[in-house]
Design a protein around this ligand. Structure first.
Ligand code: SF4
Length: 703
């Protein structure tokens, strides 16, 4: 018999669809789209509609803590007391011997806000190090910096409801048709109902998003900024800039104008590989639109010039005055369900909670005072890949990895595995043995998963949802906040003896009072009874804020938005050469999620794209003597991959594509895209460049 319906939020992507759970008396769950939810209005994509398989199948779950005393022994089952006492003992020893910067936490955009908050409070406030970073570093840290440079703070200005009010979309470095499907469905429906709506997609691959678009600008990877600047120049020359907006609400236009006039449109077209006619057409559509939305994701962010790409794209919204008005604005898409929540609580090595900056002494003092600690260390913490570099070199001794699978997801996988092997102590806290990273754990801790714990998340449009606990976690698995708080108390820290997760959320909400992300009037009761809210919610009766900057007052010292001139305009870090003549770009497929620890369990999700394949242009295939279906060996300076070739005109000449999801699912790692990727970072955002690794490709010959 089915019990009452329960409302929650999908645990996959940052779209944040509402889900209705129905549960039978055996705690077996069934999922449906929530018809009343403002995000999805009842729709779910293939991943979301199969979530019940993941929740009901516990065959892969980590059920109890396991520990090994030395690397030559296998892990054995231990009690929670033994596990956390050992963790506390090792962390105390390391800190005493080598200082607080010898330990680190690496967390996840899938962590709930309360978990993110507690892990940051523990690390930055009490362990005395800023060595806490997140896998969200890999997907959106360039967007965070872009927003801060342009608007003065990390602030996504618009909402999904603006989609239905816009008449022009520039989707760039993203394939929402596959990676944010319900969001894309809203765009499709809007266009179907309003044929005047125009969609421009910029991507080296002809994706499903590009197929639906009116115009596909298939650019050469790394030339995005040149393209945006050329579009800006055309908009200017056609007299389509918004002079009133520029003159009254922005700074820095003169320097930007000089930059966009340095390159002719003809020259830019040649550099980008996009016909000049198409650039001019795109500029006209954007310049003449009443509501222009730019949307982007990893294709822009995951680059050695990711920050520059972000500010350059944001500049297009500024010259056309498309900020702070209905149906208009820049809209970065988050890949993970709570990447945004992590940003709110300072979930990165360079941030502090409530959008404060670690580099700002006053901000450090305010946060220290709130937590009742003497100080927050001014030393910047290690970011995601830097942590693993430091483990490899021996500078970092112990790492606690929660809810993420760096073996498969970080660039240069062999280096990551070497780093974890070299570490003195690795804690892995996760739900599933399917994570390849569990192999490296000296201490393995079973965590509760979706529906097994309560907390909150924030989606791409700043919408906060409450997720209830509805089923019992299997075995001895515990919610992540409980594990962190228990560990903190064993370390001897006060301020972690919460009676509930709700108390943690209340503490965070009170910290936001008077800030630009004020949710001090929110609490679990309101979220449970009134539904979701978009921050800020600065008064008790406030219904939330769908759109920022409607008053054209920005968060910068001058209160104006800033035109930033990028320091680099082209990806020149590691150009292809004679030895490695092709550019590898990696990405996602429609029905898989991250490293497949959850979606890989669902048989029906394997039918769409059963195995990883190398997408290669017919010209490159011919030059390398490769036919469709051949097994190819792809080699970079870091490693190799062997998969079958898919010869297709959908990818630009000179570029090859591999999906990033696969790890050891085929009992070896020759299908793992990150064997190849390099660890080059954006110097400002520290986001790795997954979109531009030089490789060579050959038909595989058995030795
Ligand atoms: Fe879940 Fe994203 Fe699909 Fe919505 S679009 S159902 S949030 S995976």
């Amino acid at each position: 018999m089915l019990k009452k319906e329960i409302k929650t939020t999908c645990s996959y992507c940052g779209v944040g669809c509402g889900i209705v759970i129905k549960k039978d008396n055996n705690d077996k769950v069934f999922v449906e789209g929530d018809k009343d939810h403002p995000v999805n209005k009842g729709m779910l994509c293939s991943k979301g509609m199969n979530l019940h398989y993941v929740a009901n199948d516990t065959s892969d779950r980590i059920l109890y803590p396991e520990m090994r005393w030395s690397r030559s022994h296998p892990r054995e089952r231990v009690t929670w007391d033994d596990a956390l006492d050992r963790a506390a003992s090792v962390f105390k020893t390391m800190i005493k011997k080598y200082g607080p910067d010898s330990v680190a936490f690496y967390v996840s955009g899938q962590s709930l806000t309360e978990e993110y908050y507690i892990a940051n409070k523990l690390t930055k406030g009490f362990l005395g190090t800023n060595n806490i970073d997140t896998n969200s570093r890999l997907c959106m840290s360039s967007a965070v910096v872009g927003y801060k440079k342009t608007f003065g703070e990390d602030s996504v200005p618009i909402s999904y409801e603006d989609i239905e009010l816009a008449d022009c979309f520039l989707i760039t470095g993203a394939n929402p048709a596959w990676c944010h499907p319900i969001l894309f469905r809203r765009i499709e429906k809007h266009k179907e109902e309003n044929p005047n709506v125009k969609i421009i997609v910029v991507d080296p691959r002809k994706t499903d998003s590009a197929n639906f678009a009116d115009f596909h600008l298939q650019l050469i990877p790394g030339t995005d900024i040149i393209l945006y600047n050329a579009i800006a120049r055309c908009i200017y020359e056609r007299g389509l800039i918004d002079e009133h907006f520029i003159n009254n609400y922005t700074d820095g236009f003169t320097a930007y104008k000089e930059l966009i006039f340095k390159t002719s449109v003809k020259q830019a077209a040649k550099q980008c590989g996009v016909p000049e006619k198409l650039i001019r057409k795109a500029a006209d559509i954007i310049g003449l639109s009443k509501g222009f939305i730019s949307m982007w994701a990893m294709g822009l962010n995951q680059s050695v010039i990711g920050t520059d790409k972000n500010v350059s794209l944001l500049n297009l919204s500024l010259i056309t005055g498309n900020v702070g008005k209905p149906g208009a604005g820049p809209f970065s898409l988050t890949g993970q369900p709570n990447a945004m929540g992590g940003r709110e609580v300072g979930g990165m090595a360079n941030l502090l909670a409530v959008h404060k900056d670690l580099a700002n002494a006053e901000h450090r003092r305010e946060v220290a005072q709130f937590w009742g600690v003497e100080e927050i260390s001014p030393k910047p913490g290690l970011t995601a890949t830097q942590m693993f570099d430091a483990l490899e070199s021996g500078k970092l001794k112990a790492i606690w990895i929660a809810c993420t699978n760096p073996s498969v997801s970080l660039p240069n996988s062999h280096k990551i595995e070497k780093a974890m092997t070299n570490a003195k102590f690795v804690v892995v806290q996760d739900i599933s043995h399917k994570s390849d990273t569990t192999e490296y754990a000296d201490l393995l801790l079973p965590a509760a998963g979706w529906l097994e714990k309560e907390g909150t998340m924030t989606n791409s449009e700043r919408r906060i949802s409450y997720l209830p606990k509805e089923i019992q976690a299997p075995g001895e698995a515990r919610p992540d906040v409980e594990i962190f708080c228990d560990f903190a108390q064993r370390m001897g820290f006060r301020g972690f003896n919460y009676n509930s997760t709700e108390e943690i959320y209340d503490e965070y909400c009170s910290m936001t009072k008077g800030t630009n992300i004020d949710v001090s009037f929110l609490n679990y009761d309101r979220l449970k009874t009134e539904g979701t809210f978009q921050w800020p919610v600065p008064e008790y009766r406030h219904a939330g804020t769908p759109r920022l900057f409607e008053d054209k007052v920005f968060y910068t010292p001058s209160k104006k938005a800033i035109f930033n001139v990028p320091s680099s305009i082209e990806n020149t870090a590691v150009k292809p050469n004679d030895d490695f003549p092709l550019v590898l770009t990696t990405g996602r497929v429609r029905d898989q999620w991250h490293t497949m620890t959850k979606t890989g369990k669902v048989a029906r999700l394997k039918t769409h794209y059963p195995k990883p394949v190398l997408e290669i242009n017919p010209v490159d295939a011919y030059l390398n003597n490769i036919k469709d279906g051949d097994i190819t060996q792809i080699t970079s300076e870091n490693g190799e991959v062997r998969v079958r070739a898919k010869v297709t005109k959908n990818i630009a000449k000179g570029v090859v594509f591999l999906p990033m999801h696969w790890g050891k699912q085929l009992q070896n790692t020759l299908n793992r895209a990150n064997n190849l990727t390099h660890t080059v970072l954006d110097p400002t955002s520290k986001e790795p460049d997954f979109k531009y690794t030089r490789v060579k490709v050959a038909k595989y010959k058995k030795q």
